[in-house]
Write a protein that binds this ligand. Structure first.
Ligand SMILES: Nc1ncnc2c1ncn2[C@@H]1O[C@H](COP(=O)(O)OP(=O)(O)O)[C@@H](O)[C@H]1O
Ligand SMILES: [Mg+2]
Length: 227
């Protein structure tokens, strides 16, 4: 059974997928058997033959050269670009936690280092119907994963990142580190990095600039975040 790490973010579009691609690539380039899994993806494009294309998973699969099949990368794919709970209310195919658990366990057994990407931020409703209420934080807690937070390097990130870390702590999800994305190295960003570490005690483990093709982080230190 391999180790795993959950990638969350301070919100949608902060760069979780972009950074995850670099993380998995870094591990694989160092010779580690690293894979990717996402429970639910919404906003999928439709191919000419009608199949839904899970953009996040396809991006990481390509950038990190995993060579995995779509079925093994994502459990639920929704076309509508809305939260999974709302997409599922419209399609009538809600997320079944036991299926996510089984798919996750299978992926974890196959790879030594499994990186699981979340949908949206840590409080993303995955399922909200008469049968069940399931929020992303419940899912991560039930799967027993530690988390790494991807946050934008710029203005507003202290609030968003500290709130995310405090919520993870409330849900007993270990926070392993923060990666600041779209880093330019300005004095304000340097202060954001310092303040996040000072206010939470959680280290900023890497900085990712626009268009970076490699993660500037030691592969062993990265691998040590997985549990
Ligand atoms: N460091 C970066 N350099 C270049 N493009 C980026 C970077 N970070 C994010 N992007 C782009 O911004 C968009 C949103 O990022 P994405 O990783 O999909 O966010 P999330 O997974 O958090 O929703 C995508 O088009 C992605 O390619
Ligand atoms: Mg994504």
């Amino acid at each position: 059974m391999g180790k795993a790490l959950f990638i969350t973010g301070t919100g949608t579009d902060v760069g979780k997928t972009f950074v995850t691609g670099l993380i998995v690539k870094r591990l694989r380039d160092a010779g580690k058997h690293a894979g990717y899994y996402k429970a639910a993806l919404s906003g999928a494009e439709r191919a000419a033959d009608g199949t839904l294309l899970p953009g996040d998973a396809l991006h990481v699969n390509r950038v990190a050269n995993i060579g995995e099949t779509v079925e093994n990368l994502v459990s639920y794919i929704y076309e509508e670009a809305v939260s999974p709970h709302l997409a599922a209310q419209h399609t009538g195919s809600p997320i079944d936690f036991s299926r996510v658990q089984a798919d996750y366990q299978r992926a974890k057994a196959k790879y030594d280092y499994l990186t699981m990407e979340g949908s949206g931020g840590i409080i993303c409703p995955l399922r909200w119907d008469e049968g069940e209420h399931l929020v992303l934080d419940d899912m991560v807690e039930r799967l027993g994963l530690p988390a790494l937070i991807v946050a934008d390097a710029g203005l507003g990130t202290i609030n968003a990142t500290v709130l995310t870390i405090e919520h993870l702590s409330l849900r007993h999800i270990p926070a392993k580190g923060v990666i600041l994305n779209s880093w330019t190295g300005s004095a304000m960003e340097e202060d954001n990095r310092k303040m996040i570490e000072a206010m939470t005690g959680i280290p900023v483990v890497a900085l990712v600039g626009r268009g970076d093709e490699e993660l500037a982080m030691d592969a062993e230190a990265l691998a040590a975040l997985y549990a």
